[in-house]
Design a protein. Structure first.
Length: 272
């Protein structure tokens, strides 16, 4: 039996990348999973987003661990759709909710018109996720833990003067504010709330032609720009590295950890 046996975890952006890694790690530790992903494209995002086949692959991988999973295509920008997806999951998995990982996000860094899209997904989507999840968590009365996926760009001034890039940093900074408010409010219900701040992670959001081109441009720009390297000698982290940190945050090993912005970044923030 894993340390999360009997618990239910709600994960957004679960079709691939970090979201899939979270689903697999938490399932390996005994949790049943409610997995949500858009499974569609957003016009301002220049790289392919997850597909229904990606979400189906996550389902298969979780089922291979022996755990149950309810997977729904839903848009975090649509609060009602997200609420419906969560309700379907909790009803199927025994009317409980213990863990929330608000992971869904986009990175249209080089699109000067992407400001609104990135705020809608990366900040409003996280707000919707917490808002629809906290009420059943309070009702079920088991306490629990939430982790909001931010970025090193939520702790330092990382970005370029392009709408999508500035919006990304603004949204990721905003997640810290959401986390701190909810950590205070939900503490009375024994629900902990923290944020995790990865450096670059080896996922389709980073490993694509458009994002690599933006990163190369940031590294080569003539004006004084941010140093894009980590302190430790590693260029990118793996999704499993972030999933291990998220698992710790939602486990009893971190039972008194709340209101914390945790970098998992190979020393990126400390180097600044």
């Amino acid at each position: 039996m894993g340390s999360l046996t009997g618990k239910v975890a709600f994960i957004t952006g679960a079709a691939r990348g970090q979201g899939r890694a979270h689903a697999l790690k938490l399932a390996a530790e005994g949790a049943d999973i409610i997995a949500v992903d858009l499974c569609d494209q957003i016009a301002s995002v220049p790289y392919p987003l997850a597909t229904p086949d990606d979400l189906a692959a996550t389902v298969k991988l979780v089922e291979d661990t022996g755990q149950r999973i309810v997977a729904v295509a839903a848009d975090v920008r649509d609060r009602d759709a997200l609420k419906t997806a969560l309700r379907a999951g909790t009803e199927a998995l025994g009317d409980r909710l213990d863990i929330v990982v608000a992971n869904a996000g986009i990175a249209p860094m080089a699109d000067e018109h992407a400001w609104q899209d990135v705020l809608d997904v990366n900040l409003t989507g996280v707000y919707h996720t917490v808002d629809v999840a906290m009420k059943p968590m309070i009702k079920f009365g088991n306490g629990g833990a939430m982790v909001l996926t931010s970025s090193v760009a939520g702790l330092v001034g990382l970005g370029s003067p392009i709408g999508g890039s500035v919006g990304y940093a603004a949204a990721k900074h905003g997640i810290v504010g959401l986390m701190r408010v909810y950590a205070n409010f939900l503490a009375q219900f024994n629900i902990r709330v923290n944020s995790v701040h990865p450096a670059g992670v080896n996922t389709p959001m980073i490993d694509n032609e458009f994002t690599r081109s933006w990163l190369d441009g940031m590294a080569q720009q003539d004006f004084r720009g941010p140093d894009m390297t980590n302190a430790l000698p590693v260029q990118t982290l793996e999704p499993e590295d972030i999933a291990n940190a998220v698992y710790w945050l939602v486990s009893d090993a971190a039972r008194y950890v709340t209101g914390v912005a945790l970098p998992v970044d190979a020393g990126y923030v400390n180097k600044r």
